[in-house]
Design a protein. Structure first.
Length: 351
């Protein structure tokens, strides 16, 4: 049996909250840093996690702290805040508990790989291959519970940039295996980039206002996402990124085959996939909170720069980035229909 870890989770969003609950249930000494109304709710209620109708975690109480100073002598600091808040978060942490804390970073993309080593000496990186979102009706289980839905589409992948941290990354593999599949990989950059291609869809479901499950959205979304995914893997291949077996993307040859087949032949597969796609953190930032800040630059923007650096033609990715930049900055945010999005991107690609 693994000795329980003393863990602080910095960031009480979807991933931070669900991981804190799972790790607590697994017997670790976990503190979740939350503030304001979110902290009040989490202190009063337990966490319940569902995958479709399957209960993955029954009601579990999580210890909540509101200042990092309350986190003493920890074995692991899990940072779940997004890249656009990461610098400020790291300054807060270093000022409070120093730079020698072992850090596990869970951001999408690779921007965190430039930020975190400036502040910490011991950094392990992880790719989280699941989405989590709160139930629309959080009273459906009972009034003392926060209900979270998850859609798991791959294992947690652990890795490190420096050779000295590889043993520590592998050591953390056992941290998650009691509740979700977890793998250590020496090809972490390949996995991180594959996740970026998969995450291109986050901006699509956001700009259409989370209407991706509507029947009228299926055909245009299938066309758009097929184009985007092909542009993404063409970019990865040109950049020398290797295909991975574990993760959210189907085999590259399957992705290319689907592009050549009539859409109607693969519509049933796409319908099934859309049925299990929930709301993303990008959608929560733009639609629910109207924050204006999102991971658009660290996901879509990064992939565009990579394509440009290697001379890859990516018209759908470029058009999507531009229309998202425009719409995400507007107040209030005005979603498009899936049909409008496809019409815009088709025109952009042809123009």
């Amino acid at each position: 049996m693994q000795k329980p870890f003393k863990i602080t989770v910095y960031g009480a969003g979807a991933i931070g909250t669900t991981l804190a609950a799972w790790l607590t249930h697994a017997g670790h000494d976990v503190s979740l840093l939350a503030r304001g109304e979110n902290a009040r709710q989490l202190k009063q209620k337990s966490i319940h996690i569902l995958d479709d109708n399957k209960v993955l975690l029954d009601d579990t109480r999580v210890r909540v702290i509101e200042t990092l100073g309350a986190a003493e002598d920890i074995d692991l600091l899990i940072i779940t805040v997004k890249n656009f808040h990461l610098d400020a978060c790291c300054k807060d942490i270093v000022d409070t508990i120093g730079r020698n804390t072992r850090v596990l970073a869970l951001q999408n993309g690779v921007e965190n790989q430039a930020i975190l080593p400036k502040y910490f000496d011991r950094v392990v990186y992880a790719i989280i291959n699941y989405n989590a979102w709160q139930s629309l009706n959080n009273q459906e289980h009972n009034s003392n519970t926060l209900n979270w839905n998850v859609s798991i589409f791959g294992p947690i992948i652990l890795g490190a940039l420096s050779p000295k941290m590889l043993p520590e990354a592998k050591d953390l593999e056992a941290l998650f295996t009691g509740f979700i599949r977890c793998e250590f990989s020496q090809s972490f950059q390949d996995h991180a980039h594959a996740k970026l291609v998969n995450n291109l869809a986050n901006s699509v479901t956001t700009i259409i206002g989370n209407s991706h499950r509507e029947e009228s959205a299926l055909a245009p979304l299938q066309a758009v996402l097929t184009q985007l995914t092909n542009e993404g893997i063409n970019t990865l291949q040109a950049a020398g990124i290797k295909e991975t077996k574990a993760g959210p993307l189907p085999p590259w040859k399957v992705i290319r085959l689907i592009k050549r087949l009539p859409e109607i032949l693969t519509r049933f597969i796409f319908r099934r996939k859309m049925a299990i796609v929930g709301s993303t953190s990008m959608a929560n930032d733009i639609i629910a909170r109207g924050a204006g800040e999102s991971e658009l630059d660290s996901i879509n923007g990064y992939m565009l720069k990579l394509a440009d650096a290697h001379g890859v033609h990516v018209p759908y990715s470029r058009g999507l980035y531009q229309i998202c930049q425009q719409r995400f900055s507007e107040e209030p945010f005005r979603p498009m229909s899936a049909h409008e999005l496809r019409t815009f991107l088709d025109g952009y690609a042809q123009g």
